[in-house]
Design a protein around this ligand. Sequence first.
Ligand code: GLU
Length: 311
Amino acid sequence: MDLQEIIDDIYLALQPRLGEGKVADYIPQLAHVDPRKFGMAIIDLDGRIYKAGDCDEPFSIQSVSKVFTLTLALGKHGETTWNRVGREPSGSAFNSIVQLEHESGKPRNPFINAGAIAVSDLVLAGHTPKEAIAEIVRFVQYLADDPSITIDPEVARSETATGFRNFALANFMKSFGRLEHPVEHVLGVYFHQCALAMTCTQLARSGLFLAANGKNPLTGHTVVSSQRARRINALMLTCGHYDGSGDFAYHVGLPGKSGVGGGILAVAPGRASVAVWSPGLNDNGNSLIGSLALEMLANRTGWSVFGAPAA
Ligand code: GLU
């Protein structure tokens, strides 16, 4: 199987459709991104990299960061993390507040906004917001083995100025006694983690540990136990695409996490880590062309967590 040929074919086939979907504009800084951008990078467990399009151009990873902060929080707090956030698909929008009221301020899962805000609160434990943000950046640099990864301060500022929904969610949780730190501190961490700017190549590298039982095969670093890697993958599969998670599992069949910047990180356990970027979103806030690209990849390679590997 020639992965470079496959990724080139996908890029070519999708060319006429680039620009489809709606770029997120509720964060003003994201509205400026060219909707025709497309990048894809696959890294296999031997470190071979296959690339297409704008795969070395940084973009705002937004909610893909929730995978990394969850991993950090689990490292700090272990299973007690689950006292603060659930593990069930939400079936509602990424920024929904309705469910929170029914469930007394305990978010359904760590990948919807409310859940990720609870996770940011956990990452803040024992830190100032500045230290927590620095810890997140260092962690992502370590995962990707790339010290050049940074936060885009303009995106963080833009979201801080307009993140009224997230302020509502955080205040609501605070009113239920579900956040330990001041709302401004928690959201400061949350907005900055979402503003991490990464290329597809960097993002694919940072997800490699999830494809390899918790250990980055390129650096030799054990990031998490194999059991924890499997569990993070399970959450990505069931909750990583908001109320489009079932559809993504059906069409792609791999654990994945999307962000409103148009990025998706997908994990093919035992095989590869894949990042794709295309800013136009579908109705669920997931990259429209990015999801299609991953579906094409899954079809061509046969990669899926639901079937036995081809003999
Ligand atoms: N920072 C975005 C928000 O909180 C993240 C949403 C997403 O990427 O899905 O609205």
